[in-house]
Ligand binder design. Structure first.
Ligand SMILES: NC(=O)c1ccc[n+]([C@@H]2O[C@H](COP(=O)([O-])OP(=O)(O)OC[C@H]3O[C@@H](n4cnc5c(N)ncnc54)[C@H](O)[C@@H]3O)[C@@H](O)[C@H]2O)c1
Length: 419
């Protein structure tokens, strides 16, 4: 089997990690059991460009149980769990092309290897694989039945392709499903971003002034968790609706130029570029910590920070680089500005990825059932799939909910009754 992983000797540790995560992924496990019987993906080649984590391994196992031939590559050079990658190859016979810390050229070599697998279905987290199928590897796009996109930034890129009339096959905005972003972006990113920052720095969150750039799904989740641990949270935004929401949720809101002077810790979660720039670094206190949990490493202007610094001390602690400015002020950058929750911690907890990846697996079944019928466009996840995932999750938590009575169904569908 062709593959590229760091070290096969890590496989036993990776297997334990995969099985541990599986304990907290009951919805995906129930889908896997059904897929093993029904084989809805029989004979389909599938390539997934996702963070290579224990949770992704359980998605790959599910797709494979459904009859798919699955290959994986990384969606971020720093997020690969090398032990998981080794176990996927050795214990689960899933070819993986991903090594933690790989450089840009290896990262793309691995994406091309996933395309050489001749997929008819692809999964992306950030649209790098789909982007390759629209640029350097256009010739391989004709086979694609549909492609699934996991994150906000990827969906934005795909919508841009669609509105430029350049999209070559149907894509599904899995990120936009309520069963995904309401839980994964908010509770997953919220908790794991705090986790990554603590593992990297050992910072006491209580009493720290934490500046959160972006009050979308991820920013809201992180702000909520940081406050829960006693931080004084300041939010920066560009959208007035989100800004008012943050104010009414009880956070201080101000422009970054002002927040830069106040903060001890800065975290970007915007999906935008150069949100923290040279003028902000200049205003920061000595010892300020800067991290990103948005998809790409462009939210913090790292080239500007480098230019302003007389010295960069790499890895003063694992995942921490110290930038010493010309006036001797120090700024600590975490995880080279890449997703701090995946680079310095383990990404989202398995329980939340259970819902995201259950949605992905059911969506794969759906696109195969609807092969040739989906328009070349960005599609939403059908509401039935969202409802099913949430129903199964509630059941796995032994939580029941009420049902509409016949009278209520009729009342909600009528306009007759009023004051
Ligand atoms: N770390 C992870 O594991 C993880 C998980 C899910 C999503 N993401 C990524 O996180 C990013 C945010 O995702 P989301 O779902 O919260 O998106 P979102 O669209 O819900 O929120 C982004 C927010 O950032 C704001 N924003 C944009 N530019 C800004 C600027 N210059 N200053 C301040 N605010 C600004 C927007 O107004 C918006 O409210 C995306 O890149 C997404 O792909 C990361």
């Amino acid at each position: 089997m062709k593959c590229d992983v760091a070290k096969f000797s890590l496989a036993p540790k990776g297997k334990k990690r995969i099985l541990w995560a599986d304990n907290d992924m009951p919805v995906l496990a129930s889908i896997r059991r059904r897929f093993a019987k029904d084989k809805p993906l029989k004979g389909k080649n599938v390539s997934a460009c996702l963070h290579i984590t224990a949770e992704t391994a359980n998605l790959a196992r599910t797709l494979k149980a459904g009859g798919a031939n699955v290959a994986l590559c990384a969606s971020n050079p720093l997020s690969t769990q090398d032990d998981v990658a080794a176990s996927l190859v050795k214990d689960f016979q899933v070819p993986v092309f991903a090594v933690c810390g790989e450089n840009r050229s290896t990262y793309y070599k691995h994406i091309y290897a996933a395309i050489d697998h001749k997929p008819v279905i692809t999964f992306d987290d950030g649209a790098d694989l789909v982007n390759a199928l629209h640029t350097s590897r256009k010739k391989d796009s004709f086979r694609i039945i549909a492609s699934m996109e996991e994150t906000t930034t990827g969906v934005i890129r795909l919508r841009a392709l669609a509105s430029a009339g350049k999209l070559r096959f149907p894509v599904i905005a899995v990120n936009d499903a309520a069963s995904k972003h309401l839980f994964d972006n908010r509770y997953g990113t919220g908790q794991s971003t705090v986790d990554g920052i603590i593992r990297a720095t050992d910072l006491l969150i209580a009493g720290a002034k934490v500046v959160v750039a972006g009050y979308g799904w991820c920013g809201r989740g992180f702000a909520m968790r940081a406050r829960g641990m006693g931080a004084i949270v300041i939010v920066t935004e560009v959208d007035s609706v989100k800004a008012i929401e943050a104010v009414m949720d009880g956070f201080e809101v101000m422009p970054m130029a002002q927040a830069a002077r106040a903060g001890n810790l800065f975290v970007t979660l915007t999906g935008n570029k150069n949100v923290i720039r040279s003028e902000h670094f200049r205003a920061m206190k000595d010892g300020a910590i800067v991290a990103n949990s948005g998809h790409f490493n462009v939210e913090i202007d790292i080239p500007a920070l480098k230019k302003m610094s007389k010295k960069v001390n790499r890895s003063v602690r694992n995942h921490v680089d110290e930038y010493v400015l010309k006036n001797n002020k120090r700024i600590f950058l975490l995880a080279q500005g890449r997703l701090v929750n995946l680079a310095a911690a383990e990404g989202h907890p398995a329980s939340v990825m259970d819902m995201s990846f259950a949605t992905q697996a059911l969506e794969a079944e759906y696109v195969v059932k609807n092969e040739g019928k989906l328009a070349v466009a960005v599609h939403s996840v059908p509401i039935e799939i969202e409802q099913k995932v949430c129903r199964l999750k509630l059941r796995s938590m032994s939580i029941g909910i009420d049902r509409l009575t016949d009278e209520q169904v009729e009342y909600l569908a009528s306009s007759g009754e009023g004051t």
